[in-house]
Each structure stands twice: as C-alpha cells, then as structure tokens.
Design a protein around this ligand. Structure first.
Ligand code: PEP
Ligand code: MN
Length: 344
C-alpha cells in the first residue's frame, strides 16, 4: 500500500503516518517526489485497510500497489531516480560511460586503463578485484591489492570506481573502496548478498541474471530497496539463448520494459552481452538509441594479453571511438526531443 500525502503535508504529518504503519507491525519507506511525498508500506502479508490512514492529517489517499516489487515500481515513485556515483549522475539527461578491464591485473594495467577511459570521455572506471570465474583455476583477481590500485587510479584520474563484491565475507572491504558496488549476474539472486548490499551506504550496480525474467530482475532490486538502499542502477548484460554467434544475447528490449515499470536507471553491458569485441560498438550505439542511461564496457590497454575477457575488451582507441559515436547518438536524440528554438 502507498499512502500519498497532500502537497502541503509537513514532516509531522509524514512522521505520524510512519508511526501508524509501525504500530501495525509493518515497515514504512518515505518516497519524496516532485509533486508529493508518499509513504510505502512493506512487510504486510495481507491487504492493509486504507481507512487506517485516510483520517490522518496531511493524507491525500491510500492506494494499493499492484506490483509485487513495491519500492522499485513506478506506481510508488513516478519520477526517475538519479543515482549519484562519485558526483556522476546516472539516470539524468547525460549518458554515463563506465569503462575498464574485466579484472585488475596490476598497478600499471589499471592506471593505464583509467587514463584511457578518461581520455575517451568516460566518467567511471570499472575493474574487478574479486572475480566470479567459471573455473576455479582461472585468475580470481588481486583481492584487496587490486582495490588499492583502483583507489590510486581514482586519485589520479578523478574517475569514480565500480567494482564487484562476490560474497558477504568481502563486502565490507569492497564497500570501503568502491564508489558503486557491483552485484554480478551470477549473484543476482544471492539473497543474503542482496540484503547486505541493501544495508550499504554505497550505490549498487545490479546486473541481470543470465536466465532471469524481468520480474525476477526487479524483485532482486526490491531486496536492495527494502533494506533501505534506494541508490540502485540496473544493468542488462545479456541472457542465455540458443544463439551461438555471441556469448550471450543482449536483450535490449528490457531497457524500455524496465523504464515502463520502474523508476530505477538502467545501463547496458555490451561486452558480456556479446562476448565479441567487434559487436561491442554496434550494440553500444543500439543501447543508447534504445534509451539506456549509460554503458559499462570492458577496456584493456592490451586486450589480447588480458587475464580475463580479452576477446570482448576494447583497446583504448576503440573505446574512444565508440564513446564519441555514443555521445553523438545521445545528443542527436536529445536535440530532437527538445522543442526547437523559434518553432511554433
Ligand atoms: C563483470 O562485469 O566482469 C562480470 C563478471 O559480469 P557479469 O556478472 O555480468 O557476468
Ligand atoms: Mn568480464
């Protein structure tokens, strides 16, 4: 249920509604909005009687939320959420480009990658210190040493850092260094990890599971918001299909589908989404044209020598070219959306 406050309702009115919700044994979530504030109720197993709230001062109406993902739903919050990552607005007017290697391999490698991302006009740096690898014998990441190199790269370039936490044991450490903590596709339904991420004060990048439906994706995000973390970015990274010309099938139709159902921003990962370097730029352009808020792309100073995912990583030059084209598409679309000067 959503208790919608009147535009002129004050903090005392909102506090009274929250108190009533908690007296009933449920949780309250205040959702500020441009036009009005709403208070969402979670934790109720059956329907709540709207009459409990309709008599309280400052309340406009109490309405049922039809979706199972209540806090993530646009019914609860009509305006888009903007997620702030180290001062970069994700979900705003400008597209956000995050680039960097699959894994941090050395100090020089991540510093060079960061310089390449910045030179190409990217705003965020990615790189895994803890890697979820299919084989236990593959490179697993540098752990805390890698996080320290990432922090050094942020210091030098000013880029905000996005890095993955693969379990609850190392979450605290990752959270200390990261500007945004990534939850990977393999962990999209790791509910204890989601709950821990939901208690974090850092923004979360939640990647879609490789066989997850839209509803499962949004319900995973609901875990984060239900624990109090509203700074969540969704990421489409391809799903498993019968197609074998790519590593995964990039499901770009999920972008407008998410935007219809949720206020959370969605970005696209064309690297894991295709698994092939020559497919990354075309699918990046398609993602921006489809309305994605940005991209997360693998970039490596020497992709052919990468310790993981080199075949899908762009060289610095390829990244710069792709970034340029993406900005051109975004600007063209933005200019056509705005009313032209002098038009009637
Ligand atoms: C990654 O971003 O390096 C990664 C492992 O991604 P995914 O979880 O989407 O496979
Ligand atoms: Mn990778």
């Amino acid at each position: 249920m959503l208790v919608v406050m009147k535009a002129q309702a004050g903090p005392a009115d909102i506090a009274r509604v929250c108190e009533r919700i908690e007296t009933l044994g449920f949780q309250s979530h205040i959702i500020p909005g441009e036009q009005r504030t709403a208070v969402c109720i979670t934790g109720n197993s059956g329907p709540v009687d709207p009459a409990e709230f309709e008599d309280l001062p400052g309340v406009a109406e109490a309405i049922r939320v039809s979706k199972a993902y209540k806090l993530v739903s646009r019914e609860t919050q009509p305006e888009n959420t903007i997620v702030l990552v180290n001062g970069v607005r994700v979900g705003g007017e400008q597209i956000v480009l995050c680039g960097g290697p699959c894994a941090i391999e050395s100090r020089e490698q991540i510093l060079e990658s960061a310089r390449a991302v910045r030179a190409g006009g990217g705003q965020l740096l990615r790189g895994g210190a803890y890697k979820p690898r299919t084989s236990p014998y593959s490179f697993q990441g540098l752990g805390e040493g890698g996080l320290r190199y990432l922090a050094e790269a942020r210091e030098e370039t000013g880029l905000g850092i996005v890095t993955e936490a693969i379990d609850t044991e190392t979450f605290d450490l990752v959270e200390q260094y990261a500007d945004c903590v990534q939850i990977g596709a393999r962990n999209m339904q790791n509910f204890s990890l989601l709950r821990r991420a939901g208690r974090s004060r850092k923004p979360i990048l939640l990647k879609r599971g490789m066989s997850s439906t839209l509803e499962e994706f949004l319900m995973a995000a609901e875990y984060l918001l239900a624990e109090g973390n509203y700074q969540v970015i969704l990421c489409e990274r391809g799903v498993r299909t019968f197609a074998d010309h790519t590593r995964n099938t990039l499901d770009l139709s999920v972008v407008p589908a998410v935007q219809g159902l949720s206020h959370l921003p969605i970005i696209v990962d064309p690297s894991h989404g295709t698994g092939k370097r020559d497919k990354v730029a075309p699918m990046s352009l398609a993602a921006i044209a489809a309305g994605a808020s940005g991209l997360i792309v693998e970039v490596h100073p020497t992709p052919d020598r990468a310790l993981s995912d080199g075949y899908q990583s762009l060289s610095p030059e390829q990244f710069a070219e792709m970034a340029d084209e993406c900005r051109a598409v975004a600007e063209l679309l933005a200019s056509r959306r705005k009313p032209r000067v002098g038009a009637h």
